[in-house]
Design a protein around this ligand. Structure first.
Ligand code: GCU
Length: 411
């Protein structure tokens, strides 16, 4: 028992830069077998596929099959939302297989004066009705984590939480800048709990299978699947410019937006807001949340194979800068918050920096300086980064930067 307190202390979260272990970051431009990648063609032919495959099989998990939209229903629509500045549309996508059925609703606000709008697409944590003070937004019946301060008890979303997250979605600014906003409640695709019998996962089980195979999808991958099916829908919606959809996510949903950008090249831009461990942050730094912590607290987020790297980051032949590199040459924005040490702002910055050589292969400018920029001093290139004052959250400051950057690199 002398050994135990030591072992425990060793895995307390580290917030001390001087205690970051020495580590070697795998080079995005060298293949697993040691071959140097010299141009975009070699990257796309050799390196990108092997990296994508590694992240698929060992981090997020493979989607076990195809499941396409069975039907689309516009359940509500108005041309007079936000004081006449926007149209609103609530579109339910339904998926059917054998005797299973799954539906989720995309809530869209589109600027009234734009014919085919570029769109920010993002998941929300507590239902579409939380993102705006709009009585017309339908309340999801899907399971929710309780949050008594939003009146969410017994896992049910209710009227009481309407508009409670307006602060996280700068809707007026987004519409005013000529973009649409499309949101989905992530719990409709897969409830965020360690239970693989609900959501989309069981659609592919054979016989009495209870959970995905070790290399198959965890919840992040399932949520990502949902974003791609929303993209399938956008490609058929005449009101949306499907070539200009920017996928956005905060925190666990930022991990999700990065994985969506990596796996689905139809996304024209990607935003990771405070995504941290398993998102933008480098795992090998073991700063704040670690692979072991995240696999222990959220065993359902990643595939089972990822557990091989708990307390074993040095064995990972990849790191998260390569996840960002998989998005190249499309624009990607990584954002951190000064007080959000759990998500390791420096590790998030370094990821963006070390992904940049891949952007360079395409003649795109990434992050060129290795020093972190000052607080509230965004660097906006094809790869963009900022660290703002404040906590783990999404603020108006964040959205102001995303819009500016999107105007320049996506719109
Ligand atoms: C927890 C978790 C993080 C995650 C965050 C969130 O803090 O440890 O990895 O990003 O929740 O989603 O808000």
């Amino acid at each position: 028992f002398l050994f135990q307190p030591f072992a425990f202390a060793q895995y307390e979260p580290n917030y001390d830069e001087s205690k970051v272990p020495e580590f070697k970051l795998p080079d995005p431009l060298k293949t697993f077998s040691g071959k140097k990648i010299r141009n975009a063609k070699q990257w796309e032919k050799k390196r990108r596929p092997e990296l994508l495959n590694f992240f698929t099989q060992n981090v997020y998990g493979e989607v076990p099959g195809e499941l396409n939209i069975s039907s689309v229903e516009v359940v509500e629509q108005s041309n007079n939302a936000l004081n006449g500045k926007a149209s609103r549309k609530q579109v339910e996508l339904t998926f059917k297989k054998d005797n299973r059925s799954l539906s989720y609703t995309i809530l869209m606000y589109l600027p009234i004066n734009v014919e085919k709008a570029p769109v920010f697409l993002g998941y929300n944590f507590y239902g579409n009705h939380t993102i705006a003070n709009d009585v017309n937004i339908l309340i999801s019946e899907a399971w929710s984590r309780d949050n008594p301060s939003f009146g969410i008890i017994h896992n049910q979303l209710t009227e009481q939480s309407r508009g409670v997250r307006t602060n996280r979605w700068a809707l007026d600014e987004i519409i005013g800048a000529g973009y649409g906003l499309a949101v989905i409640y992530y719990g409709e695709i897969d409830p965020d709990k360690d239970d693989m019998s609900d959501g989309v996962h069981p659609f592919f089980y054979v016989d009495d299978q209870q959970q995905p195979a070790d290399n198959e999808w965890g919840s992040i991958s399932a949520w990502t699947w949902g974003l791609s099916r929303a993209m399938d829908y956008f490609q058929k919606d005449a009101d949306v410019d499907a070539s200009k959809v920017i996928v956005f996510g905060h925190s666990r949903l930022g991990k999700t937006s990065l994985w969506a950008g990596a796996t689905d090249t139809r996304f024209a831009g990607v935003i990771s807001n405070d995504s941290g461990c398993g998102g933008a942050a480098l795992s090998k730094r073991r700063f704040g949340e670690t692979v072991w912590r995240i696999n222990r607290s959220f065993p359902h987020w990643f595939c089972t194979n990822f557990k091989n790297y708990s307390k074993n980051e040095e064995a990972l032949p990849v790191d998260q800068h390569q996840l960002i590199a998989l998005i190249a040459p499309r624009p990607v924005y990584v954002a951190s918050a000064e007080e959000d040490l759990w998500a390791d702002p420096k590790g998030e910055f370094l990821s963006a920096y070390y992904a940049s050589p891949v952007y360079k292969l395409y003649g795109k400018e990434g992050i060129v300086q290795k020093e972190m920029p000052g607080v509230n001093r965004p660097i906006q290139n094809t790869v963009a980064y900022h660290i703002r004052t404040g906590k783990h959250d999404v603020t108006d400051f964040d959205w102001e930067q995303y819009i500016k950057w999107a105007d320049k690199f996506v719109k």
